[in-house]
Design a protein. Structure first.
Length: 315
């Protein structure tokens, strides 16, 4: 049975330069060809940095071109992916991070320093920016390993470090990258998801773990409800992790064009619907009523146990 990443990205390489994800704020566009081409090197980079099958990796990124890259690079490396909303406040973020039991997090440059301060005495010891994961680096005998910042094991200045028995001491800058047994560095090789269909793939709360087979089954159940096809342009403004993860996967499976606009106001949502010819919109509840009004039909889908309302704009 194919893995989660196999199913979502199986046709990406054949869709060429058609846009897969557009960042509405910056205008940056990730094509399907670029998505297919960048997953392999990003997966190899994570393996070089020590990600082994079964490791938990938090992905804290807003909707945008980097989100599917980070999620599926981690999944293809064999990690258990833990998506967290990018707009959580400090206390909720720390609670979610502690519950995740992850040792690595992928975020963006804006959030990296803040995340490192808040991570405190959670298990996270390595925070990588998306650029570190997806940017190529020189290989060769003299190329040093790159590591994200190591998080000191205490939450606030002056606090006593609190470590559980499974939390190792802080690694020094000269320490070699951590790798699972028998996992050599691989760069540029064809990437296949590790562990097979029954391997752990995804968790949203740190406790209920969904296998690759479970994720594939959920996406195949949702596909007829969402009905996303190549002609669709999907506005994703919600940052709720279940909705964000499911909508990106469903859109990419169907060959649709995702327009990412996290935090868009109702007025901005209306403008984006007009500008991009949006056919499906997933926006926060407070933004749905005003841009959609009563003229546009809505479809409620349940993704990973949480209901999400999709607005279907009409011209």
């Amino acid at each position: 049975m194919p893995t989660w990443t196999d199913v979502v990205l199986s046709a990406a390489g054949h869709r060429g330069e058609r846009p897969a994800v557009t960042d509405a704020a910056t205008g940056d566009v990730l094509s399907y060809a670029a998505l297919a081409g960048r997953i392999g090197p990003a997966t190899a980079e994570l393996r070089d940095r020590g990600v082994a099958p079964g490791d938990r990796v938090v992905v804290r990124l807003p909707p945008g071109p980097g989100f599917p890259l980070a999620v599926h690079a981690a999944a293809a490396a064999g990690a258990l992916v833990v998506p967290l909303a990018a707009d959580l406040d400090r206390d909720v973020f720390y609670e979610c991070l502690a519950a995740s039991r992850a040792r690595m997090m992928i975020t963006d440059r804006v959030q990296a320093e803040w995340s490192m301060r808040v991570a405190g005495d959670s298990r996270v010891r390595q925070i990588l920016t998306l650029e570190e994961v997806t940017s190529p680096r020189p290989d060769g005998p003299g190329a040093p390993p790159r590591r994200g910042p190591v998080v000191p094991p205490q939450r606030d200045p002056g606090a006593q470090p609190r470590r559980g028995p499974s939390v190792p001491p802080q690694r020094g800058p000269s320490a070699p990258p951590r790798r699972g047994p028998g996992v050599p560095p691989r760069r540029g090789a064809a990437v296949r998801s590790r562990g097979g269909a029954e391997a752990p793939a995804l968790t949203f709360d740190g406790s209920r773990v969904i296998s690759h087979a479970g994720v594939v089954a959920e996406l195949r159940r949702l596909a007829p409800e969402a009905m996303l096809r190549e002609r669709d342009r999907v506005l994703v403004a919600t940052t709720e992790p279940r909705a964000q993860a499911a909508l990106f996967d469903l859109a990419l499976m169907g060959g649709a064009h995702v327009v990412a606009a996290p935090g868009a106001t109702p007025g901005e949502c209306r403008a984006l619907i007009e500008e991009y010819g949006i056919t499906v919109a997933a926006v926060p509840p407070w933004a749905v009523a005003r841009p959609a009004g009563s003229r546009w039909p809505r479809v409620t889908v349940s993704a990973y146990g949480r209901s999400t309302e999709l607005v279907i704009p009409r011209g």
